[in-house]
Design a protein around this ligand. Sequence first.
Ligand code: GAR
Length: 202
Amino acid sequence: RKKVGVLVSGRGSNLQALLDACADPSFPAEIALVISNVPGVYALERAEKAGVPTLVIPHKGFPSREAFDAEMDKALRAAGIEIVCLAGFMRLLSPPFAEGWRGRMINIHPALLPSFKGLHTHARAIEAGVKLHGCTVHLVTPELDDGPILVQKAVPVLAQDDEDSLAARVLEQEHKAYPEALRLLAEGRVTVEGNRALIRDA
Ligand code: GAR
């Protein structure tokens, strides 16, 4: 089983989806470390309940983004991590960190990329009047919310939706998309051609 490190900043429902998937011994990955840049978040409790080691690295204590990322990098490598999952990790990554994990780091974004990069995706989708919205799991590159797409799930946007109702519908799909994408990567079924991820059948 591939050793996975998960980076979090908040409630950790996507972390929970990954923990639940990894609880099945036939799943090709196991979570070996959870790192939060914010102390006291619920994601840390979820990891502890699952018996997974946690580390808090408060970004505020570092003189630069590079220095903070270097500390995370050191911890991930010391733990023998092979794949990094960003799960509601709300920090931009420095290019050296992104490059160092290229092809081995994935992110979940609450929109159908390349639409609605960045923050407040659900409000922006409603505002734009799109009829389909969703989530994307992609390989991380130094560009924000860019990089080869592994899995996408779409949901309808309903006339009566507000930000919260739409977020909840998307989140349910995130919890399916993230374990699927981690499985693809952990099984070595992903190759990258330009900005496309090609997925081999199991
Ligand atoms: C999720 O909806 C995730 O897609 C989003 O934050 C939420 C975290 O929830 N990520 C981003 O916006 C990344 N820029 P969670 O902590 O319950 O997984």
